[in-house]
Ligand binder design. Sequence first.
Ligand code: PAF
Length: 277
Amino acid sequence: MEIFQNISELRKEISGGKFTLGLVPTMGYLHDGHISLIRRSKGQNIKTAVSIFVNPTQFNRAEDLDNYPSDLSSDITILEREGVDYLFTPDLFHIYPEHFETEINVGSVSLPLEGASRPGHFNGVATVVCKLLNIFRPDTVYFGQKDAQQCSVVQTMVKDLNIDVRVVVCPTIRDSDGVALSSRNINLSKCERESAILINKGLFQALAEWEKGQKKASILKNIVRQKISSSPLNHLEYVSLARQNDFIEQNCAERESIISVAVMVGSTRLIDNVVLK
Ligand code: PAF
């Protein structure tokens, strides 16, 4: 695996290459969710690149950024093992040099839910993802369904700005207890971990009710709310039932509607979702 920090050296290596390139953008502290994206990319492309960059502009709380876990040497071991071709680990000034001014605002899809809870978050995500797409010019870029709203923001940006890339969304990977894999899970205590299980339990209970014919969003959201709030360690920030492409709230669930939640479990903020299908 070749490791780059410098954008022009990376570009020299990959530009004009006669191969298909898949890109997996990450903030590091890799887990099986990232590995599933890498494997999908390796199955669909000749070369696979991974970026590791903890992007400060998408964190609206300094404390959240400070607590974001990292372990570059373990990440490198995983990426070598998975046969990744290129790793890009830029420093802050490579991505945001002095006098950097531009910010991408994707509009209405970036406003509710994560956008409302974390003001500016999706401007940060869209700007850095756009930069990574311009740096790598990959054929395909891979994201996880766990960050469903992020996927819709990126898809909207790619369409609106005519960026020549295919966006592939891969399924959420869960631990054996059902908790969605996230780099943040490492911060959960044993009791908090048990509370976190209620998140996916609530979501899947609502999915089961929908499969039995329940369509009322208020009832489905209430099932999720009650399950999650049954632990005093969980503080539900939001539960939403929305259309997946634009995240507009719905009163009546349809096939492909998405139920999403954000929950503070102790001091760790987790998000998860389930698609009704
Ligand atoms: O999902 C993430 O890890 C980040 O939001 C991303 C896409 C790498 C942008 O910083």
